[in-house]
Design a protein around this ligand. Structure first.
Ligand code: IPE
Ligand code: IPE
Ligand code: MG
Length: 233
């Protein structure tokens, strides 16, 4: 899992394709403002993600990496966690749409066979299936960070590098083929990184917006892309 072949990237049109990474925040507040339960915000957030994937695939985005669920998020109320897990199954089940957009699914997070992994079997299955069913697509790579925490990723990578494998930390991250992040996006007015892609986003531009994730769309994506383009050498 997560072993992207370089041929897919090589077949991509436009060598300047960007890597955009999104911390999808503000679902709960979006719902609260509408007098809805937090779960309704997560449902709207999953729909926004489907839109953003389609919009990004039509732009010069080669890699879209989204923070779906953090290693810290397991402490949320069980009903909310269950709802979010269900939405990930829905997201990974959008095979027809993903294939129509030539999008290849990828995942980063705590490996399922490692101590501390809490990803339920049905979510593991959905992730594996989506990767399998989209593996021949040659367009944008959609990486979902699920049960992900960047410090844990780096600690593990350092340990692996020392114990079994040369190449240092970069070669031992959950997915060593992910290119550096060009723009790190965080929605909903928070200007924090929250343990996301600390290694990969070391030199990224950051796009903080007050827009809640459920309201994020093509316009905001264009602003994030413009930020990368303006500052690129
Ligand atoms: C982001 O929205 C979704 C996840 C973290 C899973 P939040 O649920 O954090 O929404 P707010 O921050 O409470 O508004
Ligand atoms: C970050 O959002 C995690 C995801 C978007 C999945 P949180 O809402 O969990 O982050 P903090 O706790 O406010 O930093
Ligand atoms: Mg939040």
């Amino acid at each position: 899992m997560g072993n992207m072949t370089s041929s897919a990237a090589a077949s991509r049109v436009g060598s300047g394709a960007l890597h955009i990474a999104c911390i999808m925040d503000g679902n709960g507040r979006w719902a609260k403002r509408r007098g809805l339960p937090r779960t309704a915000g997560h449902t709207a957030g999953e729909e926004a993600l489907a839109t953003v994937v389609r919009e990004a695939a039509q732009r010069d985005v080669g890699w879209l990496t989204v923070f779906g669920f953090s290693t810290e998020n397991w402490v949320r109320p069980p009903a909310e966690v269950r709802h979010i897990l269900g939405l990930h199954r829905k997201l990974f089940g959008r095979i027809e749409e993903l294939n129509a957009n030539n999008v290849r699914v990828n995942w980063i997070g705590r490996p399922f066979d490692e101590p501390g992994s809490r990803t339920p079997a049905n979510v593991q299955k959905a992730i594996r299936q989506a990767i399998e069913d989209t593996k021949h697509n040659t367009g944008m790579v959609l990486t979902v960070a699920f049960d992900y925490g960047s410090r844990a990723e780096i600690v593990r990578a350092a340990r692996h590098a020392a114990e079994f494998s040369p190449g240092g930390i970069a070669a031992n991250l959950y997915d060593a083929t992910l290119p550096p992040v060009d723009v790190l996006v965080r929605t909903s007015g928070e200007s924090r990184i929250s343990n996301f892609m600390l290694w990969q986003a070391a030199h990224a531009r950051v796009y903080f917006t007050d827009c809640s994730w459920p309201d994020f769309g093509g316009r905001q994506l264009d602003e994030a892309i413009a930020l990368a383009r303006t500052h690129r050498a």
